[in-house]
Design a protein around this ligand. Structure first.
Ligand code: BGC
Length: 395
C-alpha cells in the first residue's frame, strides 16, 4: 500500500516535471560568435556495439534555435558508442542541429581520451563555430580547450562538466545532485527508514571518478541516506562507503560486476541478505544485477539506477531493478541546440544555474534539466507514450 502511495506521489511529481521540461528561470550570459570556416567532417571511428539494440531515439520536436544555421558548423564530441545513451544523445543532437540548418561534425571517441583530444582538435582546425563536448575524462581536454579559446570558439560542456579550464562557455546537463537524491529518497521511502526498525544491509556502486557527474550522483544519494547509516538503520556490510571505495572507472559494467561478486562472496556468502544496492546508473546496475543473478540466493535487494537503458528497463519490468531516473536525451539535445543558436546569434543564452558547477577554474553558467523518476508503474507513460521507445523494444 505504502509503495503504491509513494509511486502515485512520484508519478504526480514526474508529470509535473515532464510538463516543466527543461524550463526554468533564465539567467543571462553572452559569448562572441567566431568566424566561420569549412572542411569535411571525418568519419566517426568504428566502435564496439555492446548496446547494439539501442535505438537512435530521434527528436520529435523542431529545434527552437532562434537563428537559422546558415551553414555554420557545430562540432559534437561524444565519449563512446558503447553505452546506449551517448548514441541517442549524438543522434538527437545531429538531427536537431541539421534541422536548424547547421552543418554537424559528430564524432565518437571509443572512450579513449587521446582519440577525443584529437577529434576535438580536428573540429577546431576544421572550422567548427561552436563545440559541444561530452568528455570521457573531464580534465583531459585542456590543450584542445585552450586552442578553442584562442580561436574564439565557444565551448558547451554537454552533460559532463569540462574541468580545469577557463575555456568552457556554458554547461547543459540534468540536475545531477537531484538524480542522486531521487535515488536516496526512493530507498528511504521504500524501507520506511523513519519508522522501520531495521537494520537493513546496503551496498553502494558509484560511477567514474573522471566524470564530475559521478560525485554529484553519489553525494545526492548519500546525503539522504547518511543519517540512517549514522543511526545504524542502514548497515554497509562491506564497510565500503566513500565515493573512492565504491567508484567504477569508466562506468564499466564488467568492473561493477566483479566488485559486486567480490562483495557477495566476501560478505554475503553465509546467507546474509543485502537489502539495498544503491547504484548510480544503468551500466553499473547491470553489473550488479548480473552478479546477483550468478552469486546470490538471498532476498532480492532494492536496486536504484538512472538512464532507462533498454536492458535495464526490461529488468525493471521483470522486477530485477526497482527504479530508475529518466533523463530524456531529447530534452537535453533541444536545450543545447537552443544554446548553440543563441550563442551564434549573439543573443542572451538561457541558463538557470550560475553557482553549482565550478570546474576548479571558473563557475560555468549552466542549464539544468529536470530528471524524472521512473519505475515499473510509470515506464509506459514516460518511455512509450512519449515515443522514446516502442513497446516492442521493451519486450
Ligand atoms: C551520465 C549518465 C551515464 C554515465 C555513463 C554520466 O555522465 O550523466 O547518464 O549513465 O555518464 O555513461
Amino acid at each position: 500500500m505504502k509503495k503504491k502511495i509513494i509511486s502515485a506521489l512520484l508519478s504526480v511529481a514526474m508529470v509535473a516535471s515532464l510538463l516543466a521540461g527543461c524550463g526554468g528561470a533564465a539567467g543571462t550570459a553572452s559569448t562572441d560568435a567566431p568566424a566561420a570556416a569549412d572542411t569535411e567532417a571525418e568519419a566517426p571511428a568504428a566502435e564496439a556495439d555492446t548496446e547494439a539494440e539501442a535505438p537512435a531515439a530521434e527528436a520529435d520536436t523542431e529545434a527552437e534555435a532562434p537563428a537559422a544555421g546558415g551553414g555554420q558548423k557545430v562540432g559534437v564530441s561524444m565519449p563512446t558508442k558503447d553505452l546506449q545513451r551517448w548514441n541517442q544523445d549524438g543522434a538527437n543532437m545531429e538531427s536537431e542541429l541539421k534541422a536548424a540548418g547547421y552543418e554537424v561534425d559528430l564524432q565518437y571517441a571509443s572512450n579513449d581520451v587521446q582519440t577525443q583530444l584529437s577529434q576535438v582538435e580536428n573540429m577546431i582546425s576544421g572550422g567548427c563555430n561552436v563545440l559541444v563536448i561530452a568528455a570521457i575524462e573531464g580534465s583531459s581536454l585542456g590543450e584542445a580547450l585552450g586552442m578553442a579559446k584562442d580561436a574564439g570558439i565557444p565551448v558547451i560542456a554537454y552533460d559532463r562538466l569540462l574541468m580545469d579550464s577557463d575555456a568552457v562557455s556554458y554547461y547543459a546537463t540534468f540536475d545531477n545532485y537531484k538524480v542522486g537524491t531521487v535515488q536516496g529518497n526512493y530507498v528511504k521511502d521504500a524501507l520506511d527508514l523513519d519508522n522501520a526498525e531495521g537494520p537493513f544491509n546496503i551496498e553502494f556502486t558509484a560511477g567514474d571518478p573522471g566524470d564530475n557527474n559521478a560525485g554529484f550522483f553519489f553525494n545526492g544519494a548519500y546525503d539522504v541516506l547518511k543519517p540512517y547509516i549514522e543511526n545504524g538503520k542502514l548497515n554497509v556490510v562491506s564497510g565500503q562507503k566513500t565515493f573512492e571505495e565504491v567508484a567504477t572507472p569508466t562506468w564499466a559494467t564488467e568492473t561493477a560486476q566483479s566488485r559486486a561478486e567480490n562483495i557477495l562472496s566476501s560478505y554475503y556468502a553465509d546467507g546474509t541478505n543485502v537489502d539495498v544496492w544503491l547504484c548510480s546508473n544503468d551500466s553499473t546496475a547491470l553489473g550488479v544485477e548480473n552478479a546477483l543473478a550468478a552469486n546470490y540466493n538471498g532476498n532480492y535487494p532494492i536496486i536504484t539506477s538512472q538512464d532507462c537503458y533498454i536492458k535495464n528497463t526490461k529488468n525493471m519490468i521483470a522486477g530485477k531493478q526497482s527504479m530508475s531516473v529518466f533523463k530524456d536525451t531529447r530534452t537535453l539535445a533541444s536545450q543545447v541546440v537552443k544554446m548553440v543558436g543563441q550563442i551564434l546569434s549573439n543573443q542572451t543564452v538561457d541558463v538557470n544555474d550560475t553557482e553549482t558547477y565550478n570546474n576548479n577554474v571558473i563557475t560555468v553558467p549552466s542549464f539544468l534539466c529536470e530528471p524524472v523518476f521512473a519505475d515499473a508503474n510509470n515506464y509506459k507513460e514516460i518511455l512509450i507514450d512519449s515515443g522514446y521507445y516502442t513497446e516492442d523494444q521493451l519486450k
